[in-house]
Ligand binder design. Structure first.
Ligand SMILES: C[S@@+](CC[C@H](N)C(=O)[O-])C[C@H]1O[C@@H](n2cnc3c(N)ncnc32)[C@H](O)[C@@H]1O
Ligand code: SF4
Ligand code: SF4
Length: 438
């Protein structure tokens, strides 16, 4: 089993269904919101051709984003339907203001897996100041509708100098409304229109970390941040408090994920403006090949190469480095220097022949390279591993045959004995959360 997923294609793609937006957020990395472009969205049939390409390529997960995806509701619903029928995971990034009861019912019917909802502040004046065209009173009603419908959802508060003092108050308001997952994302620069004046200073970014910790400890929120910050930027207390929180928040652009624009251009992430090809001219695989620099060490800054934490960090968000320095392989502006992250003790796994083994989630797989397959059973792909054909057959058999006791599992498996190799496989599958033992 290989743990490093050198994928033939992305695990996830973000599809920008439209370049139209109902808001003009001052921090938006997507638009120069003071000078919005005229829309050049594809007609529906061409957009559906792109969606079909993702299905044919066995991409595991699609995020519909924009612009604002709810600006094209009919196209969105049809695209979700195509993707769900094919068995892919679907989530929607939205500012929520255009949600209607009818749309919500369609989402429920189609079993959309999750929502990422933008909310820059719960103070109406600050919300208005940042979004220009939005009203918090409308947002809060739409959020209530979404939460009532019971969809897994996460609030994303992008922070600049304007709204970072409002993190705790916004989180408190969200928690009162029943939000469980709250992320605070220090705004990335818009590469083509960098607004350096709004960017958080080092000290302000440190207070964001303190606020996030406060949100988790005081409000019981599950906290996150959607940008990869340098691991060496985090204060020591952070890792002592919880050695895992954000440890694996590594930039996945061009490694696990890619973005497709509203005209079929492919980029490593929504924030990165470099176009590697267009899906009406080349296949996804050809374009993904051209992004290999993100998967080998080509974008890792020189100063990071010998860092003990480089495996988890890779020098943080490469597009932020591009925005500030003009180069993908320059250090992040918040990089401090090498750091040793504390190692989390591996919990020992205890089971005997009467323990019951169960399969977790649903097995999904696709061919990667030369008889190797990626497999996952988690919506996020957080347990993605590469296996050979024999192991894939074993996993499919496990999915069909479990639950079984360890004794029956050993008897029925090809090896017929619980030798060291068998135990190692079972332990890895437990650690990777494919199976559980009780
Ligand atoms: C570009 S928006 C498109 C979807 C939708 N209009 C929305 O705002 O949710 C996708 C995500 O990017 C986030 N975002 C926008 N500008 C950002 C920035 N400068 N840095 C980090 N995240 C940003 C938004 O908050 C949202 O969660
Ligand atoms: S709502 Fe989303 S796409 Fe629209 S301006 Fe705000 S962040 Fe950008
Ligand atoms: S030195 Fe580089 S790789 Fe190491 S933690 Fe800092 S940014 Fe990350």
């Amino acid at each position: 089993m290989l743990e490093l997923p050198l994928l033939r294609l992305p695990f996830q793609v973000q599809m920008e269904i439209t370049d139209i937006c109902n808001l003009r957020c001052s921090h938006c990395y997507h638009f120069d919101t003071g000078n919005m472009p005229r829309s050049n969205d594809l007609i529906d049939n061409n957009f559906f051709r792109l969606v079909q390409k993702m299905i044919d390529n066995r991409i595991y997960s699609i995020v519909f984003t924009g612009g604002e995806p709810l600006m094209r509701p009919k196209t969105l619903i049809k695209a979700i339907e195509m993707v769900k029928v094919a068995g892919l995971q679907v989530s929607i990034n939205t500012n929520l203001l255009l949600l209607t009861p009818q749309l919500l019912a369609e989402f429920k019917n189609l079993m959309v897996d999750s929502f990422l909802v933008s909310c820059p502040a719960s103070e109406p004046d600050v919300y208005k100041k940042i979004t220009c065209l939005g009203q918090y009173s409308i947002f809060s009603k739409k959020l209530e509708m979404l939460l009532k419908a019971g969809f897994p959802s996460q609030i994303n508060m992008v922070v600049t100098r304007t709204n970072y003092p409002f993190i705790r108050s916004t989180a408190t308001d969200m928690a009162k409304r029943g939000v469980k997952n709250f992320s605070v994302t220090p705004a990335c620069l818009n590469v083509d229109h960098p607004d350096l004046k709004s960017l958080l200073s080092e000290k302000q970014t440190s207070t964001v970390l303190e606020d996030l910790r406060w949100c988790a400890d005081t409000l019981g929120l599950k906290v996150d941040t959607l940008v990869a910050l340098p691991k060496c930027f985090f204060p020591e207390w952070w890792w002592k408090r919880d050695p895992l929180l954000f440890k694996n928040r590594t930039c996945q652009a061009g490694r696990m994920s890619a973005s497709i624009s509203n005209v079929g251009d492919v980029r490593p992430c929504p924030h990165n403006p470099i176009i590697y090809g267009n899906l009406f001219q080349e296949s996804m695989e050809q374009i993904w090949d051209k992004m290999v620099v993100y998967r080998n060490d080509g974008t890792i800054p020189g100063v990071c190469k010998n860092c003990p934490s480089v495996e988890f960090c890779r020098g943080a968000c490469r597009t932020n480095a591009l925005a500030v320095t003009g180069k993908l392989n320059e250090p992040d502006r918040l990089t401090v220097g090498h750091v040793n992250l504390p190692k989390k003790e591996r919990k020992s796994i205890v089971f005997d022949e009467n323990s019951v083994v169960k399969f977790r989630g649903k097995l999904r797989w696709r061919n990667e390279f030369e008889g190797h397959y990626s497999i996952t059973s988690k919506k996020s792909g957080g347990n993605l591993i590469i296996v050979n054909a024999e192991m894939l057959r074993f996993m499919s058999w496990l999915e069909k045959s479990l639950p079984l006791t360890v004794k029956s599992l050993v008897e029925k498996s090809a090896s017929g004995s619980a030798d060291a190799a068998f135990v190692e496989i079972v332990e890895t599958l437990i650690r990777k959360e494919f199976i559980s033992v009780s």
